[in-house]
Ligand binder design. Structure first.
Ligand code: PMP
Length: 371
């Protein structure tokens, strides 16, 4: 076969080393270690049954949506409904394919080489991932190892020459809330854009959200999602509330059709009928408190107070406990035990009363056996 090329000989193989953009070369596909289970409390979804009015409005909106037309790239009807929700204008809202997309776009637009991002880990892992993807230098101001509180002085100092700060309230996975005084200091004492990620804020006490400050603070950006309280994790719809100048930049860099017609229709119906959600959210919150109390009562389990729809626990042999819950009880939670600052920790999403009872019983049995 002397002079024949490798392609002609059918020996096609692609050596990717050196071809992949260097900043991305070490990346691996996102794997939250999902496994199909009887009870899935691993992804902070809303597993509660939705009220008939809300579910019916969503079904009707989806059924009435033609699939042959491109989506409105500006998603104006949805932006108007969201603007009305927050008492702002359409020009203050940019939507995305989940909060993930708007987070990525924020890093792409306002990060990049030479523009530092500051975060307070342990927090949502995508901040660090998106910083790396967009070649944004990342400075971490770690939370207190015991109570996960933020060191305000260290944060303000780190933010003094940063382009962007991301704070999460309630924080995932620790469950604690942003102290508004810390935000005030960042806005007054630094020049950074500050993103407050409020993905879980509907589960937090009244007065937690800082979305009302956006009108007066052009450097404040607030992230919201329909994946949690609204029960639409599968739809992929999230958004930012921000100054119109920030919205314009993000509107210009986003994938124009990233929020498809079904997502826009479902999200619009959900936001319009959000009044029906109040009992569901109240039920999640009361289940969170019951779950948390049940977990704290188990021998050797430490919990932290949470304002989200999840509870972080620390337990001896956490990885093994996680594996046994999955394999012997078909209960899936999230294993953070090898993540920095979260040694021995598992995150348990708040499910329905029945799901939470299955988890509590399984964990009690398992801890008895491990003792
Ligand atoms: N922010 C935080 C803190 C989250 O935990 C999540 C999802 N787990 C998101 C943003 C993004 O959610 P989504 O892309 O589903 O809107």
């Amino acid at each position: 076969m002397g002079g024949e090329s490798r392609v002609a000989r059918g020996e096609k193989s692609l050596d990717l080393a050196g071809r992949v953009r260097p900043s991305l070369a070490s990346f691996e596909p996102y794997d939250p270690a999902f496994a199909p289970c009887r009870v899935n409390l691993s992804a902070n979804e809303n597993t509660h049954e939705m009220p008939a009015e809300y579910a019916g409005a969503l079904r009707a909106a989806l059924a009435a949506t033609p699939l042959n037309r491109y989506p409105d790239p500006m998603a104006n009807a949805l932006r108007d409904a969201l603007a009305e929700r927050h008492g702002v204008s359409r020009g203050n809202i940019v939507v995305g394919n989940g909060g993930d997309e708007v987070l990525f776009n924020l890093l792409m637009a306002f990060g990049g080489p030479g523009r530092t991002l500051v975060t307070c880990p342990p927090d949502f892992s995508e901040y660090a991932l998106f910083a790396q993807m967009t070649e944004t230098p990342h400075v971490a101001v770690p939370r207190d190892a015991e109570d996960f509180s933020v060191d305000a002085d260290a944060l303000v100092a780190a933010a003094s020459d940063a382009a962007l700060v991301i704070l999460t309230s309630p924080n995932n996975p620790t469950g604690d809330l942003l102290d508004h005084a810390v935000l005030r200091r960042l806005l007054d004492e630094t020049d950074a854009l500050v993103l407050v990620d409020e993905a879980y804020v509907e589960f937090a006490p009244e007065g937690t959200s800082v979305v009302g400050l956006v009108a007066a603070e052009p450097r404040l950006v607030v992230l919201r999602t329909l994946s949690k309280a609204f029960g639409l994790a599968g739809v992929r719809a999230g958004y930012l509330v921000a100054d119109p100048s920030v919205v314009d930049v993000l509107g210009a860099v986003r994938q124009i059709y990233s929020v498809d017609v079904l997502a826009q229709a479902a999200a619009l119906a959900a936001v319009t009928h959000r009044g029906a959600l109040a009992p569901v959210v109240a039920d999640v919150v009361s289940e969170r408190e019951r779950l948390s109390a049940g977990l704290s009562a188990l021998p050797g389990v430490r919990t932290w107070p949470s304002a989200g729809n999840f509870v972080l626990v620390r337990v001896a042999g956490a990885h093994r406990v996680w594996e046994r819950l999955r394999d012997e009880h078909s209960v899936l939670v999230r294993d953070f035990s090898s993540a920095p600052g979260l040694e021995g920790c598992l995150r348990i999403s708040v499910g329905t009363r029945e799901e939470n009872d299955v988890l509590l019983d399984a964990l009690a049995t398992l801890l008895r056996e491990e003792a």
